[in-house]
Write a protein that binds this ligand. Sequence first.
Ligand code: PLP
Length: 348
Amino acid sequence: MKQNFNLDKLIRANVKNLAPYSSARDEFTDFDKEMIFLDANENPFDTDINRYPDPQQKQLKIKISAIKNLSIDSILLGNGSDEVLDLLFRAFCEPNKDNVITLPPTYGMYKVLAGINTVENREVFLNEDFSLNVHEILKTQDINSKLLFICSPNNPTGNIFSEENITELLNNFNGIVVIDEAYIDFARSESWIQRLSEYENLIVTQTFSKAYGMAGIRLGMCFASSKIIEVLNKIKPPYNVNELTQERALNVLNDNNKINNEIYSLKVNKEFLFKELLQVNWVQKIYPSEANFLLVKVDNATKRYTQLIESGIVVRNRSTQPLCENTLRITVGTKEETNRLISVLQNI
Ligand SMILES: *Cc1c(COP(=O)(O)O)cnc(C)c1O
């Protein structure tokens, strides 16, 4: 349990003083009643999408709340987790004053969002074995450090960070610890959402873009204390999750078997790809992965990347990231795609 955590001190003053925009759909929400809606200047002719969507995505949250075993007021949904992450900057980081800490090699959006929001990004590299440099992270923080981004499983390295290290950071970081769990459904370890009641300074983000197979609908999830969610609700655009997205997300959540089968087959394909990559003579190292991709160290990443492109396969060259010299990040595809990749690898 984190001692003396004071959320109020972390919220930007303008956000604290803000009266949020109140939409027509905030003021009257009882859609089940047979009413005539003349309050939002919508077109009345029914197309299924002529009405504004529910700004609080109630039905979807009820479903997510049951699956995640969390109360509805601990959930915020966004237009992808990228929107959720941006909201965190806007809620807690004062431009030109506050800072965040990120841990390269990691997901590139944290740094971009810091730049967009004019917030200093303090980088503490992972250790050589891709573990957290807890000591250095705690040394790097100061009173203006508002957010610490921990991506676990980490993109692009694929590893999970130890519970002991994360706990130490939760107990000793001055601001809010954000754990980005975009790949958690592929991992063997439990989500940190189980621990939200213990840590008021914890935010967990997840997404529909990876395991759920819905990158196209743009839906991200944020889990935190109801106090934090309340702050984010104040600043989110009123209709940030559109009607079509809410419907498609509900459909996929009603078909749990499909997702679980896909996750299982991607894990099988990953193991298969791992074994096959070991046979490729220009592959030097394959990092263990708790995600749906493999980070692979090769002799010459640019050369191999280009050869793969010429054979019709696009992977990600991660060589510009610290500690990732000459690495390629390969997403695990279908069985057919994996077979094709392997045959191409054997021929170059
Ligand atoms: C893919 C990914 C996301 C997903 O972002 P969305 O905006 O929800 O699509 C978030 N975090 C990490 C680390 C990712 O790799």
